[in-house]
Design a protein around this ligand. Structure first.
Ligand code: HEC
Ligand SMILES: [Cu+2]
Length: 347
């Protein structure tokens, strides 16, 4: 029995340690990809080594004491060891020493707290809304330095220009979330009734994955996100595409899908600019679908939009994502085909 207990423990420890060894992990805080994440890393590393030093010292002394003063065969069991307590020197030093170490850590930490919460100059402004269970983004109009004349609304995938600061304003209508893109910056809570702000910046173009980091309900674990950082040309393309409203399909399967979109109640929850502008008063917040196919992922970035089967499976049963607030009646396969053809035109 004891044997098996030890083996299980060993297995657990190995699994934990090995689990930390992944190479090219997409959400590795130890691989900062932007100046803010790097600031954090520069703070974390020295504090980590101080913690290691304290750990080795304290554990070392404990191990030493255990070995040095262990019970020996010729010990007299009735005899109490010499009792002493209240060494003033020791008491004072083990109170002051940790206070000094923590004080030193604070000296380095406090300026970083201010650096991270400051609003950078000339930043791209984006409003982020934490929803059950997906992320909504709104880029306010009139940011002509970034080519944004009209407001842009999108979901799950946050597009930014690489090498430029981005300033987020975060809110939530109902429950607490936390916005976290580990390679770009730390976590920021998204709290109903409050407006929090947070910055992001990526050195290089690329895709940086993240997730909601505060338990927010049934599908909290399915509330992921992507930050897509573009080079200058890619950014201009993206902005231009997002400001061009999609064409209404006039014929074929896509036109049938367009009709179904209102008949089947999709338009009661989802907006498509230029076609379906106002949602039902009692609708839960739902992603804007105007430029659905400008994204690679959907439903909290847990499904791949390039895979037609995923979107069809979603329309067959949006409850495949546990707790999803998309509640619809059953659709026939023909309706799903037509709806897919319409959705595909929303680039
Ligand atoms: C009751 C409101 C409601 C109705 C009706 C509804 N949806 Fe949704 N839909 C949602 C919500 C909420 C989400 C986000 C779910 C999540 O990610 O947890 C969603 C997500 C989606 C997505 C993924 C969007 C993204 O970027 O993540 C698509 C596509 C979609 N719905 C299409 C449809 C279609 C087509 C219909 C009509 C057959 C429809 N929806 C009907 C509420 C609704
Ligand atoms: Cu969440």
């Amino acid at each position: 029995m004891v044997r098996r207990g030890r083996l299980t423990l060993l297995g657990l420890v190995v699994a934990l340690v090995a689990g930390g060894c992944a190479r090219d992990a997409p959400q590795d805080v130890l691989e900062p990809a932007g100046p803010l994440a790097e600031t954090l890393d520069n703070l974390f590393m020295p504090i980590f080594w101080v913690a290691v030093a304290v750990f080795v010292l304290v554990e070392g002394l404990i191990v030493y004491a255990v070995v040095r003063y262990r019970r020996r065969r010729d010990d007299n069991d009735d005899e109490l060891p010499v009792q002493f307590h209240g060494s003033t020197k020791l008491e004072i030093s083990w109170t002051i020493l940790p206070a000094l170490v923590l004080g030193l850590v604070a000296v380095f930490t406090i300026p970083v707290v201010f650096t991270l919460s400051a609003e950078p100059a000339n930043a791209l402004q984006v409003s982020v809304t934490g929803q059950k269970f997906w992320w909504g983004y709104q880029y306010p109009e009139g940011q002509s330095e970034f080519g944004i004349e009209e407001p842009i609304v999108t979901a799950n995938e946050l597009h930014i220009p690489a090498g430029q600061p981005v300033f987020l304003t975060l809110t939530s209508p109902d429950v607490i979330h936390s916005f976290w893109t580990p390679r770009l910056n730390g976590k920021q809570d998204v709290v109903p009734g409050r407006t929090h702000t947070w910055s992001l910046e990526a050195y290089e173009p690329g895709v940086y994955s993240g997730q909601c980091a505060e338990f927010c309900g049934t599908s909290h674990a399915n509330m992921r996100l992507k930050v897509v950082a573009h080079d200058q040309a890619g950014w201009e393309d993206w902005v231009e595409g997002m400001q061009r409203p999609p064409q209404k399909p006039l014929s074929g399967l896509a036109a049938q899908g367009f009709e179904l979109f209102s008949q089947k109640g999709c338009a009661g929850c989802h907006q498509v600019q230029g076609s379906f502008e106002s949602v039902a008063a009692d609708s839960p917040p739902a992603p804007d679908l105007t430029h659905l196919f400008s994204r690679d992922c959907f439903a909290g970035c847990i499904y791949d939009l390039d895979d037609r089967n995923e979107l069809e499976a979603w329309l067959r049963d949006p409850q495949r994502k546990a707790g999803s607030l998309m509640v619809i009646g059953e659709l026939t396969e023909d309706e799903i085909d037509a709806l897919y053809s319409y959705l595909e035109t929303l680039e």
